[in-house]
Design a protein around this ligand. Structure first.
Ligand SMILES: Nc1ncnc2c1ncn2[C@@H]1O[C@H](COP(=O)(O)OP(=O)(O)OP(=O)(O)O)[C@@H](O)[C@H]1O
Length: 617
């Protein structure tokens, strides 16, 4: 679903791109050299922009860790030192001894210059570097004969790197509250859905099997947050009333095969069973020792003699011995299934299995897991299970076996997208905890909410936007977060998304995109498929990649269009038929940098001749 979003945005930008120079006029533009230019135009002296938090940053050649600054100082030092390069000239006239004389002439009182005579050229280099680097004579007022101690002292000075950043009044009170990993205690505008879930799951607290639930809704509509909130409540209430009820959460995007789902569940229950056995054995051992002293300790227990307690302890210990965890690979699936089955049925309990991104599991490995889980209740003796599936793909049940479909969808709950007002409330709740008082100007939250509402009412996006805007303000050492920070944050997040999409493209699509970029960089806008294909072919030959047919390349262009990376419009050329005019919908420099970070495309050292050749044809 996310994939559609860049497409929309891309169209907007594409129209701007298309209004650029015509094919002929800029054909020989002076952009030529820029293919080799560093991708980012960020100012390397601006420390805030250097934070490597965005994926784009990773591709920026301008990013230098602060240590590089020191490095460049060192370079400067060496350069200035090289003014005196004659001193290190190994020619007979300028030997090491002369150098020493020149240097030792500076400090007024050298205790015994003659002692220095045997100094070698190597020694001089070290002194020279140290002298220039740390500027010691001026600082300490001592001689230029510096020891390592001074170097260490100078290091103390570099510890000021973070002082400036720390001294700025921080904007955030608790940034973690805005991160996706934070589970909020309050979920405004989700009361209805939360109550629906609670009404269904309350049967678990009565020892009955709750109906299976399917939760649908677009990304960022609070499905996971609400489901986790309800599970926490369920588990804490079950503890309060001492009812055995547990919730197991599985993210099927990560755990995406039947084997892994069953193994993960089996291991969780094995772990719990071991804990249960451990505490039971402890209690029984205590009982046994009391009963040995006084048999009446067994009154009101299920045991009539100390031997019976012994037997039970032995049984439990044997059980514990047999509780081997399932390895993450290697067992036949039936064995994993039966291990899970035995583990879950070891004790009396009601288990809710929460399968987040359940559509990913079905997509990857079919509906076997769901089938097996949904028929388990008819065979379980002590326990009961119920499935809570969460999906942002409304149609995934179309691929399910009808039996699974009907059993899984006993109850369905839909999470509608948030509108701008709802997002505003959500942001306000979080902002109260996340930011210092008065750190936000009045228009920040409404603007974040409005941007996110345009994108199918995604609360995650709204929170990201608010956090990024805060971070940008903090890095710019601003006192408050302002509208401009939100707009900058919106651009940054959009760019990060583009970078991620481009980075994960298949190589062939990357070559096609690179061909389009090369043309556009040379001022050739609204290129047609044939032109892209010609450059594409040459690039493939250069890096030894398979050359696809023009038809396939046209398909790849359509895919890039669907991802919002290029905009391809079919135009009629009268009697010459129809062709596709392609323009880029993403920022050129950044996209090119991402493409060149691919090891295969990075091999293309100078792409200019390919584009030149196009004009020669
Ligand atoms: N009503 C709400 N109140 C406060 N925070 C919310 C609310 N709804 C969503 N959020 C926050 O938005 C972010 C995304 O929510 P969540 O992960 O629950 O969405 P989702 O619908 O499960 O999305 P996906 O399908 O992509 O997993 C989380 O950080 C969550 O805390």
């Amino acid at each position: 679903m996310d994939e559609n979003t860049p497409n929309d945005d891309g169209d907007d930008r594409a129209s701007a791109t298309r209004s650029g120079a015509s094919l002929e006029s800029d054909a020989w533009s002076s952009d030529d050299g820029s293919a080799d230019a560093p991708p980012s135009d960020s100012d390397p002296t601006d420390p805030p922009d250097d934070e490597p938090t965005t994926s784009l940053d990773a591709y920026s050649d301008d990013d230098r860790p602060p240590a590089d600054d020191d490095g460049s100082d060192a370079d400067t030092g060496t350069d200035s030192g090289s003014d005196d390069s004659s001193r290190t000239d190994p020619s007979p006239e300028a030997g090491p001894r002369e150098t020493t004389d020149e240097r030792t002439a500076d400090p007024p009182e050298d205790p015994d210059p003659s002692d220095r005579d045997p100094v070698t050229a190597d020694d001089i280099d070290i002194e020279e570097t140290v002298g220039v680097d740390i500027d010691a004579p001026t600082k300490s007022g001592e001689t230029g004969d510096l020891g390592l101690d001074e170097v260490v002292l100078d290091d103390d000075e570099s510890q000021g790197l973070f002082d400036d950043l720390l001294s700025g009044e921080p904007i955030f009170e608790n940034k973690e509250v805005l991160r996706p990993s934070y589970t909020p205690h309050e979920l405004p505008h989700r009361n209805e859905q939360i109550n629906q879930m609670a009404t269904i799951l309350v049967s678990a607290l009565r020892g009955e099997t709750p109906s299976n639930i399917l939760i649908y809704g677009k990304t960022g509509t609070g499905k996971t947050a609400s489901a986790k909130f309800v599970s926490q409540e369920l588990e804490s209430t079950s503890k309060k009333y001492d009812v055995p009820c547990e919730v197991e959460y599985i993210n099927c995007e990560v755990t995406d095969t039947q084997y892994r789902v069953l193994a993960q569940l089996a291991n969780k229950f094995i772990e719990k069973n071991k804990e249960f056995v451990g505490s039971r054995v402890e209690t029984l051992e205590d009982l046994r020792s009391r009963a040995r002293d006084d048999v009446t300790a067994l009154a009101d227990t299920e045991f009539d003699a100390v031997e019976a307690v012994d037997e039970r302890i032995e049984e439990l210990e044997a059980d514990r011995e047999g509780m081997d965890p399932v390895p993450m690979t290697g067992w036949p699936t039936d064995r994993v299934y039966s291990t899970f089955f035995d583990a879950v049925d070891y004790e009396e309990r009601v288990v809710v299995i929460m399968l987040d991104e359940i559509d990913k599991l079905v997509e990857k490995s079919g509906d076997d897991t769901l089938y097996n889980l949904s028929r388990m209740n008819s065979e379980l003796v002590n326990s009961r299970i119920s499935i809570m599936g969460i999906s942002n793909d409304l149609k995934f049940t179309d691929f399910l076996d009808p039996r699974v479909k009907s059993s899984l969808g006993e109850e369905e709950i839909v999470f509608p997208p948030y509108d701008a007002n709802q997002l505003r409330d959500i942001l306000q709740h979080r902002a109260n905890v996340a930011f210092k008082p008065d750190a936000l100007t009045d228009d920040v939250i409404p603007l974040c909410a409005a941007f996110a509402a345009q994108e199918h009412g995604d609360a995650r996006r709204a929170l990201d936007l608010l956090r990024t805007a805060g971070e940008l303000a903090e890095r710019g050492q601003a006192d408050t977060v302002e509208e401009a920070h939100v707009r900058k944050a919106q651009d940054k997040i959009e760019l990060d998304r583009v970078v991620e999409v481009v980075r994960t493209l298949p190589t062939q699509s990357k070559i096609v995109l690179f061909a389009t970029i090369l043309l556009e960089k040379n001022g050739v806008h609204n290129v047609n498929t044939g032109e892209v294909f010609n450059i594409y072919k040459r690039l493939c030959e250069e890096i030894d990649a398979d050359v696809l047919t023009q038809r396939r390349v046209t398909d790849l262009i359509s895919e890039l269009d669907m991802l919002g990376i290029v905009n391809a419009v079919v135009v009629s050329k009268g009697r010459y038929g129809r062709t596709k005019e392609i323009s880029l919908s993403v920022p050129i420099e950044e996209t090119e940098a991402v493409l060149l970070s691919d090891s295969r495309l990075g091999d293309i050292e100078n792409a200019q001749p390919f584009v030149q050749a196009r004009f020669d044809n």
